[in-house]
Design a protein around this ligand. Structure first.
Ligand SMILES: Cc1cc2nc3c(=O)[nH]c(=O)nc-3n(C[C@H](O)[C@H](O)[C@H](O)COP(=O)(O)OP(=O)(O)OC[C@H]3O[C@@H](n4cnc5c(N)ncnc54)[C@H](O)[C@@H]3O)c2cc1C
Length: 527
């Protein structure tokens, strides 16, 4: 087994992982990044080409940017966090100039807010390597390892390149494994299976905002691509009748009308009325989107084509590991969280953070968690017993509680997709639908927990399946606990926003889930 010793181990290979590693390495810490795929193409950052929340440091501009965003956050965002991440984003992006070819903004300045994903990740990679960071590509992490005091002191995983297990002893871990799209086919999300949520909860961490996982992208029916081309799209049914679908500025109405249309049959998009200049912009900044049509002999701005909604789960939904301080620590000593692996309620409230906030969050939570983890790791540098036995924390998929049996993993994933992403269940939630989903998901989880074990490389997909089922249960349980409608979470049986719920729903637990409303923890557990 390949054993590594480091101060900070960053799990992930997207923008949050890159910034976390850079910020930890700047303090002089030894840093290792372990990515499930290749840091540069894995995860959603690469195809997303993220646009960041980008506000110049003028007090009035910053104040009004925060105020505008607070208005659409449904009472759950935090202005102090918003100001912090705007500032860190503004300070950090220029740092990658030696490696990233920024273009002009057409006004004599430099365009810095929107970055092309692959070049962005290549720049982060080069910056990190220059600071001495070791990058382990194709090294999925399977589980966290705990010291005797419960703090996180290592990780174990599987080295796909050499087909062997690997492990690391570390001072602290940054979990930057992205969100979970439940293998919906969403652009770039194949590796985003909620592994970080499962590993975190196994270590005793909590999750926050998991009920806010109701986000979808529209794309050609055969392939998920970027959504920018749909500005000004018109939609038609199979008979060619124009459908009345509101614009994106009303996300809920837009999704509900589209869902109604999909119920009636296939839906087609027509981009003839796209704003002048958009086709040229798409060709310039999203050539892969255009290629997806050209391969089928279609001109995306002239031909009508069938569309579909791809579930985004917690990627442009906003739940994730709960953070408890301003360096993104979780409640487990030695474990920090960044990017989509962490909750984004601080900056987005109950609305999707996609469009600008999520990227700014991934960057700045990366910077903060890297700094926090490096500081934490200093404590362990001087510990004489570097051979202290670490306890492996992985459960489902690695150490079943009963007899190992063959588990139909495909069927398990289908159950999670149906119960969490299905439009009828997600857009119009109710106690009875959520309870019915809970029964099915609990049964699926129980099977994973009792019988599933993957050997060798198979352990990776066993853990991914277990993580998706676990994530679906946390989303469902949180949606049951929020007995009101707020932001992207809508309940048919509680159709109004209720001031008593102007607080976060925290959840956790593996077999018994423990959702509660943050402010009332000491007195009330909702289950
Ligand atoms: C199509 C699309 C467009 C978007 N556009 C925007 C936008 O314009 N503005 C905006 O603000 N937001 C946007 N978003 C959201 C934004 O892209 C994300 O919030 C951001 O990229 C998240 O970065 P991340 O590093 O947390 O996750 P990711 O980039 O998804 O990285 C997660 C990494 O973790 C790795 N990983 C997962 N599990 C393991 C494991 N077990 N072991 C090791 N590694 C693991 C994966 O391989 C991956 O490298 C968009 C999202 C999508 C899908």
């Amino acid at each position: 087994m390949n054993k590594i010793i480091t101060d900070v181990l960053v799990i992930g290979g997207g923008m949050a992982a890159g910034w976390a590693a850079i910020s930890a390495a700047k303090t002089g810490a030894r840093v290792v990044i372990a990515d499930k795929g290749f840091m540069g193409t894995s995860g959603v950052t690469a195809p997303a080409g993220p646009n960041h929340w980008w506000v110049p440091p003028e007090p009035d501009l910053r104040r009004s940017a925060v105020e505008r965003r607070l208005e659409s956050a449904f009472g759950l965002a935090d202005p102090v966090w918003m100001e912090r991440i705007i500032d860190i984003t503004w300070q950090s992006i220029p740092e990658i100039a030696p490696w990233y070819p920024f273009s002009g903004d057409g006004k004599g300045g430099t365009f810095r807010s929107g970055l092309r994903g692959p070049e962005y990740l290549r720049a982060l990679r080069q910056y990190a390597v220059q600071l001495g960071v070791t990058i382990l590509d194709q090294h999925p992490v399977l589980e966290l390892l705990a010291r005797q005091d419960g703090s996180i002191g290592g990780v174990a995983g599987y080295d796909r390149l050499n087909d062997r297990p690997w492990s690391a002893r570390t001072g602290a871990v940054v979990m930057a494994t992205g969100g979970c799209a439940f293998r919906s086919g969403l652009l770039g999300s194949h590796n985003n299976t909620g592994d970080g949520y499962l590993m975190g909860v196994e270590a005793g961490a909590e999750l926050s905002g998991m009920e806010f996982c109701v986000s979808y992208s529209i794309s050609p029916a055969w392939l998920s691509t970027r959504t920018l081309p749909y500005t000004g799209a018109r939609y038609f049914d199979a008979e060619g009748q124009l459908l009345s679908i509101p614009g994106w500025d009303k996300p809920r109405d837009y999704l509900c009308k589209l869902a109604d249309a999909f119920r009636a049959g296939p839906v087609y998009a027509d981009l003839h009325e796209a704003p002048v200049g958009l086709p040229a912009v798409i060709r310039e900044i999203q050539p892969a989107t255009v290629a997806a049509f050209e391969r089928r002999g279609l001109d995306m701005f002239k031909d009508r084509f069938e569309v579909k909604l791809f579930g985004e789960g917690t990627i442009r939904g906003i739940g994730g590991l709960r953070i408890i301080d301003d360096v993104c620590a979780t409640s487990v000593p030695g474990l920090f969280a960044a990017g989509d692996a962490a909750t984004r309620e601080h900056i987005a409230g109950a609305t999707s953070g996609g469009g600008a906030q999520n990227a700014a969050w991934a960057l700045s939570s990366g910077v903060l968690s890297g700094r926090g983890a490096a500081h934490e790791a200093k404590k362990y540098r001087k510990i004489p017993d570097q051979n202290e036995k670490l306890k492996p924390l992985g459960s489902a998929g690695l150490r079943p509680s009963g007899t190992v049996r063959t588990v139909d993993r495909k069927a398990a994933i289908q159950v999670t997709q149906k119960e969490i992403l299905d439009l009828d269940r997600a857009l119009w939630r109710s106690e009875s639908k959520l309870n019915s989903s809970a029964s099915l998901l609990d049964a699926t989880w129980s099977e994973m927990r009792t019988s599933l074990r993957g050997e060798g490389l198979e352990a990776v997909s066993a853990r991914e399946t277990a993580a998706m089922v676990a994530t679906a249960r946390w989303c469902n349980a949180s949606a049951l606990a929020r007995k009101e409608s707020r932001g992207m979470h809508v309940r048919e049986d509680y159709s109004q926003q209720n001031p008593e719920y102007q607080s976060r729903i925290i959840t956790g637990g593996l077999d018994r889930l423990t959702p509660y409303l943050e402010k009332t923890r000491s007195t009330e557990v909702i289950s």
